[in-house]
Design a protein around this ligand. Structure first.
Ligand SMILES: Nc1ncnc2c1ncn2[C@@H]1O[C@H](COP(=O)(O)OP(=O)(O)OP(=O)(O)O)[C@@H](O)[C@H]1O
Length: 249
């Protein structure tokens, strides 16, 4: 019997577009039950990596495995095991929240009893928005609806692009509690963020990318042991990777 220890595994992912190298040999693993912050400056390649991991963008080379299942070879099975939420979730604006949840459940064949759906709506404190048209939702409520649907789907991996930014402090606390609960059962989250306080208060570790290459990977205790703050970690990684890259050129 083969024991699959990783929930997500990226192996030597490269991406070129319009003659430009966007990602170069990106490799990392995400273990079950972990929340990993994906850090890097603007344009470093975070969104592209998340989209490749989610099967939305095809890499030029390399392989993505979700619980050991190849995204290239068994796309449908691999995709069922993850949910990607972009920074501005694509929803159907003409529907109400209630209609959208029904549509989402039909689309992904989510078989959840009505009682459980109700429970999730209460847990997300979404009772007021539920009957309103999505067109009138704030960005924070669009994000809440997207995550509520992801929770109903119960996929073991969540890929979140700048998710927590845009939530007010009350919702930010609520969502963090929901996400913490989600990973308790062995599920995992990879989330890109520019908010370094999120890494300190919420993540178990971080992966740092710059100019399309992974430059560092550490647990939170390791980061805090070697750096005064997450900000100083970010700046030192940025500086050392840029110095190294100048040396290569
Ligand atoms: N299809 C494409 N064609 C050409 N260039 C692209 C394409 N997709 C992304 N890029 C470029 O690749 C680089 C990485 O973009 P990406 O959105 O992945 O970065 P990011 O780290 O998520 O940035 P940010 O923090 O600003 O959101 C950018 O320079 C972007 O312009």
């Amino acid at each position: 019997m083969i024991f699959i220890a990783t929930i997500l595994s990226l192996s030597k992912i490269s991406k070129r577009a319009e003659e430009k190298i966007i990602l170069s040999d990106v490799s990392f693993d995400i273990l079950p039950g972990s929340i990993i912050g994906f850090l890097g400056p603007n344009g470093a390649g975070k969104t592209t990596t998340l989209k490749i991991a989610a099967g939305l963008v095809k890499p030029t080379s390399g392989e993505v495995l979700v619980r050991g299942v190849s995204l290239t070879e068994r796309r449908k099975v691999a995709k069922q095991m993850m949910t990607f939420i972009p920074d501005n979730p694509l929803l159907y604006d003409e529907l109400t929240g209630k209609e959208y949840i029904r549509f989402f459940m039909d689309l992904f064949a989510v078989d959840v009893p009505a009682k459980k759906v109700e429970h999730e709506i209460e847990r997300f404190r979404f009772q007021t928005e539920y009957n309103k048209q999505i067109l009138h939702y704030s960005l924070g409520n669009r994000k809440k609806l997207a995550l509520l649907c992801a929770m109903l789907r119960r996929s073991p991996l969540l890929l979140l692009d700048e998710y927590i930014s845009g939530l007010d402090p009350v919702n930010s606390i609520l969502i963090r509690e929901i996400l913490r609960e989600y990973v308790k059962g062995g599920n995992s989250i990879l989330l890109s963020t520019h908010q370094l306080d999120i890494v300190k208060s919420f993540c178990d570790g971080a992966i740092f990318i710059n100019e399309g290459s992974i430059v560092d990977r550490r647990t939170l205790p390791e980061i805090l042991q070697d750096n005064d703050s997450i900000e100083s970690y970010f700046l030192s990684q940025l500086q050392s990777s840029e110095t190294a890259q100048k040396g290569i050129r």
